[in-house]
Design a protein around this ligand. Structure first.
Ligand code: BGP
Length: 478
């Protein structure tokens, strides 16, 4: 058998993409609540000054998990989930981020949710900050530009650790913390760090400052978490897409190496506990003074992660040639088109072998650290047929190919993989486009991009397929 007996098969979501109830239970407004719906190629609008009448804010209701979590968790239980990754909306606990006391109603909500998971034998895997910072932190403090926000995050983390210390073992600090490496993209710094750029400032330097502050915040939270419960497993979460050189042209190798370093910076600090020399050199070459505080070095060193988790959706290809005709013009996909692989309807390259490659790279770089695939999946256009059935063969094929590669990484390459959480086991709001119709689920939710629909849930064909995969511990992929 390739996978260990206690392998955690599950799925992953984030609070803002499925809960809804954006003004219920004392919840404050988050950065996700002021993002309108976009479409492929049209970025979501950020209305940081508040909610504008007449705009469509898909996260306000999302799929109403806030009221339906029992029914939804029962469906995940029926599929045989061993774990379920979701996040705690910071604004349910500290509505403004800088509140003196936590909101008891918000804390109770997650108590009930975690109890419900345990009733179904599902282990919660909890992200503390998944693109849903309190909007007040973005507007009043400039997000993580302000060092005081580090302590606000740590206070939030400690509140959660203390409250749920007997219900949650697996934690992660910041979701896809390395997305902001694409510093020119307004979406990533806003969702990662609550940052809105100012006219004329050096975006890359700002990004490194906020990233630095977040890495310190993460390390501090990990140190505190281990004091609260030494059995906690606290990890990081990065979006890991291998960057391949377009050709064997030596300059393409350098481009690919430098591109991967932008992500490894985050992973290296999380795992190795210090700023890597190549990043220090980059800061020096550019004359950027990243503000640090006395004691930070010790904090980074002590607050290293227990495991490394990553999302895997695609690989990139990169070229050293300027004006390369194969260049991809997409907000989220750098580089050039890879002629050897196909892409999804949203242009996301589909590369199962890249997953095995990434697992190997991480295992080798970080001395076989325990790994979790905390997201993986494909967004598809889907509609029920006349009998209400959804035959999502393309999803089954996507997962079959990815799990097969993951199996090779475990069985042949010996990587220490302990969990697999496909993204969006139930249809939810897309993070990048705000669409409902970019569907990832094994479970269909009746709601369209305009927000119309009954919100009824139904099982797609992949529901039964994944159920079988879990029951056979990954042996039966037929
Ligand atoms: C990751 C995020 C998720 C999620 C997923 C799919 O970047 O961590 O929140 O949404 O990607 O992306 P999308 O929803 O844009 O298709």
């Amino acid at each position: 058998m390739a996978f260990p007996k206690n392998f955690l098969w599950g799925g992953a979501v984030a609070a803002h993409q499925l809960e809804g109830g954006w003004q219920e239970g004392g919840k404050g407004v988050s950065v996700a609540d002021v993002m309108t719906a976009g479409t492929h190629g049209v970025a979501r609008k950020i209305t940081a000054d508040g909610v504008h009448p007449g705009e469509n804010y898909p996260n306000h209701e999302a799929i109403d998990f806030y009221h339906r979590f029992k029914e939804d968790i029962a469906l995940l239980g029926e599929m045989g989930f061993k774990c379920f990754r979701t996040s705690i909306a910071w604004t349910r606990i500290f509505p403004n981020g800088d509140d003196a006391e936590p909101n008891e109603e918000g804390l109770k909500f997650y108590d009930e949710m975690f109890d419900e998971m345990h009733r179904h034998g599902i282990e919660p895997v909890i992200t503390l900050c998944h693109f849903e910072l309190p909007l007040n932190i973005a507007n009043k403090y400039g997000g993580f530009r302000d060092r005081r926000v580090v302590d606000m995050f740590v206070k939030f983390a400690v509140t959660c650790f203390e409250r749920y210390k007997d219900k949650v073992t697996y934690w992660m600090t910041f979701n896809e913390i390395n997305n902001q490496r694409m510093y020119n993209n307004d979406f990533s710094v806003f969702t990662n760090s609550g940052v809105i750029y100012k006219e004329g400032e050096n975006r890359e330097a700002v990004m490194y400052q906020v990233a630095y502050n977040e890495l310190v915040a993460s390390a501090k939270a990990i140190i505190e978490g281990h004091k609260i419960n030494p059995n906690f497993k606290i990890g990081c979460m990065l979006a890991m897409s291998p960057t391949y050189p377009e050709t064997c042209r030596p300059d393409d190798q350098i481009e690919a190496l430098k591109d991967m370093d932008k992500s490894f910076f985050f992973g290296d600090v999380h795992v190795r506990g210090h700023i890597p020399s190549y990043t220090k050199q980059l800061w020096k070459n550019n004359g950027w003074e990243i503000k640090t505080e006395p004691g930070d070095e010790e904090i980074l060193k002590a607050g290293v992660v227990d495991y490394f988790s990553f999302s895997y959706y695609m690989s990139y290809a990169i070229s050293s040639l300027k004006d390369n005709p194969n260049a991809i013009k997409d907000l989220f996909i750098p580089g050039v088109k890879n002629p050897y692989i196909k892409a999804s309807d949203w242009g996301w390259p589909i590369d199962p072998v890249g997953l095995r490659y990434m697992l190997n790279v991480l295992a080798e770089r970080y001395d076989n650290i325990p790994l979790m695939i905390s997201e993986n999946g494909i967004g598809l256009h889907e509609e029920p047929d006349a009998e209400g059935k959804i035959d999502d063969q393309a999803r089954i094929e996507y997962f079959r190919a990815h799990i097969s590669e993951m199996k090779k990484a475990v069985e042949i390459d010996g990587v220490d993989l302990f969990a697999y959480c496909p993204w969006g086991p139930i249809d939810l709001v897309s993070a990048s486009t705000g669409e409902m119709e970019k569907r990832y689920g094994f479970i269909y939710v009746d709601k369209n991009n305009k927000g119309e629909g009954t919100l009824n849930r139904s099982r797609k064909n992949s529901f039964y397929w994944y159920q079988k995969v879990i029951a056979s511990n990954g042996e039966d992929l037929a």
